[in-house]
Design a protein around this ligand. Structure first.
Ligand code: PHE
Length: 346
């Protein structure tokens, strides 16, 4: 083999390679893999050229090697182009064979949101936390002593009728109010300053547009030395303004709870008419939201706290009631019926 032959081999190999690539391309990439092995494989034709290099005079070998490398680079580049084109065609073929159209817009899954009761409860918690209150809880199924006796409501007391209690067992009740948390909390802590907030479910035998057998209350208890009724009014007003907006007015009406003395019922100015009178407030301009009072010394004595030293106030508000007012919901039962159509409005 002389040097001419070797160079001719290279030339004709290049021509053949390009022709084969063209044919393969026109054939949609068919046989691309084999073609690559034939030309670029370890035993392929391009490396085969190197073996013919021995026939060349030593001074021509580097130049020839260079030409083979250039040819190899060219081949690799062309194969890469055909390979990526073949891959694209394969995807396109798959897509056109499939009945799924990935270019169509997707169906969005519906985004949920918090239940109005949760919004009101969390907002109340945030507000009181910000004032240094600590969260507390107690059983919903409780011994009646915690729900009644310890709160100065003896067995024959008419206040027990007021509460329309669900009895679970002899002496065991579904708590009728969150005030049982006061008792558990005070028994579980050494006497000292208290700022306690207790949201939770309560139960009563009751069922109409504004009363449900299960509803949520939030109990607030503050105890320290020299706590007065005006502290109570101040805290309740701040909270009412937070929930219903600045300018909300608070009205405190004398009332009776066995565990507070003096006791009061709390009204806020109607959030709908601003106090002018409307259907929501039954044309009074006021809406009742809860009960409150100064902690009765009898309660402190029951739990072993010295009523001569410690004084305090407590209030309990219905979270459901607040949600009805805040959102203008006409019936308390709607809140717990789990109707998606209703809940979606908020
Ligand atoms: N527990 C009372 C009720 O449910 C409300 C209340 C709480 C009153 C705290 C005074 C103090 O009606």
């Amino acid at each position: 083999m002389d040097s001419n032959n070797v160079n001719q081999d290279l030339e004709s190999l290049k021509i053949r390679l390009l022709a084969d690539l063209d044919t393969c391309d026109q054939g949609g990439g068919d046989g691309l893999e084999e073609l690559k092995v034939r030309y670029l494989g370890k035993k392929g034709e391009i490396y085969g050229l190197m073996r013919g290099m021995g026939a060349l005079p030593a001074d021509q070998r580097p130049a020839f090697g260079q030409m083979v490398n250039t040819l190899r680079d060219l081949a690799e580049e062309r194969f890469a182009v055909l390979e990526s084109r073949a891959a694209e065609q394969a995807i396109a073929a798959k897509l056109s064979a499939s009945t799924v159209d990935p270019t169509l817009p997707g169906t969005r899954s519906e985004l949920g949101h918090l239940h109005p009761l949760t919004v009101v409860r969390d907002d109340t918690i945030d507000f009181f936390r910000g004032m240094g209150f600590e969260l507390a809880e107690a059983p919903e199924v409780d011994h009646e002593w915690y729900n009644f006796e310890a709160l100065n409501i003896p067995p024959e007391h008419p206040a027990r009728d007021m509460h329309d209690t669900f009895y679970v067992d002899e002496g065991v009740v579904m708590r009728t109010h969150t005030s049982n948390v006061q008792v558990h909390y005070l028994l579980g802590h050494e006497p000292g300053p208290v700022r306690m907030l207790a949201p939770g479910c309560v139960y009563r035998v009751d069922n109409d547009a504004s009363h449900a057998p299960m509803f949520q209350q939030v109990e607030c208890l503050v105890i320290d030395e020299n706590i007065s009724f005006s502290h109570l009014k101040g805290v309740m007003l701040l909270w009412a303004e937070h929930v219903f907006g600045k300018g909300t007015k608070l009205r405190v009406r004398p009332s009776y709870f066995p565990f507070t003395e003096p006791s009061a019922e709390v009204d806020v100015s109607c959030s709908l008419c601003g106090g002018a009178g409307c259907r929501l407030c039954k044309h009074t301009g006021w809406i009742e939201v809860g009960g409150c009072g100064s902690v009765d010394p009898a309660v402190l004595t029951q739990v072993g706290w010295d009523p001569e030293r410690w004084t305090g106030f407590a209030f309990g508000f219905g979270i459901d009631r607040i949600a009805l007012l805040k959102y203008g919901i006409p019936n308390i039962g709607l809140l717990t019926r789990n109707e998606a159509g209703f809940l979606r409005q908020f």
